[in-house]
Ligand binder design. Structure first.
Ligand code: DX5
Ligand code: ZN
Length: 213
């Protein structure tokens, strides 16, 4: 299972050092939450920050757009160098069009489903998804408790994947992931865990990442 480090929890004043440390500590991906103060009651990162982070990052960067009207910003995030662009299912009016557009820009198309949204959200759209993110906490903040409903939803998404050759997405989980819930997530079919607080909570990033692996 891959570990994507959510930089929302890092020390922004030492961003370059934090990226270097996290890469040496064994993370597989860097996760950047983009927040607009509107879809969620918080602000985080920006297009410009993605571009700057890409200059120093050795790992692939996934941008998680926790913003309204994501369709207006896709090209700019692609230009900034994001490797994976994830949109929130509840922010997208025309998912097939938007996910296809992300792919046409040469990026992986991610689709995030909130804890209170049904897993069936993916039924009509799965052939267009490269990366399905099951949210295990409400978007907007790190350090929230893990919502275990995602386990059932991950199994559902994994079953769809097994039954349909056009369903080729990876399954990620985002929110409240700790070493305690990792085994259940893995068993349900998770490929990538997104982890913020549980990596950056102590100075031993390598030790913290090792617990997940
Ligand atoms: C929340 C973000 C998450 C967050 C996860 O809106 O999407 O990526 O950083 O952080 P933890 O692991 O602390 O829940
Ligand atoms: Zn996220």
């Amino acid at each position: 299972m891959k570990v994507s480090a959510s930089l929302l929890a890092c020390d922004y004043l030492k961003l370059e050092q934090e990226i270097d440390r996290i890469e040496r500590a064994g993370a597989d991906l860097l996760h950047l939450d983009i927040m607009d103060g509107h879809y969620v009651n918080n602000f985080a990162f920006s297009i410009d920050m993605v571009e700057k982070i890409k200059r120093v990052a050795g790992l692939p960067v996934e941008v998680h757009l926790e913003i309204d009207n994501p369709q207006e910003h896709i090209e700019n995030f692609a230009k900034a160098g994001a490797d994976i662009i994830i949109v929130q299912a509840d922010c997208v009016h025309h998912p097939i069009r938007l996910l296809s557009k992300i792919r046409s820009l040469g990026k992986k198309a991610g689709y995030a489903v909130n804890p209170c949204e049904p897993a069936e959200r993916i039924d009509e759209v799965f052939p267009y998804i490269d990366y399905l993110l099951m949210m295990s906490a409400e978007p907007g903040f790190g350090g929230q408790p893990f919502n275990g409903n995602c386990i059932r939803k991950i199994k559902y998404a994994d079953d769809i994947r097994k039954a349909n050759p056009q369903a080729a997405y990876s399954i990620g989980v985002d929110g409240g992931v700790t070493a305690e819930n990792t085994a259940d997530l893995r068993e349900a079919g998770t490929d990538v865990i997104i982890v913020g607080s549980a990596i950056f909570c102590t100075d031993d990033y390598a030790g913290n990442i090792a617990k997940f692996k």
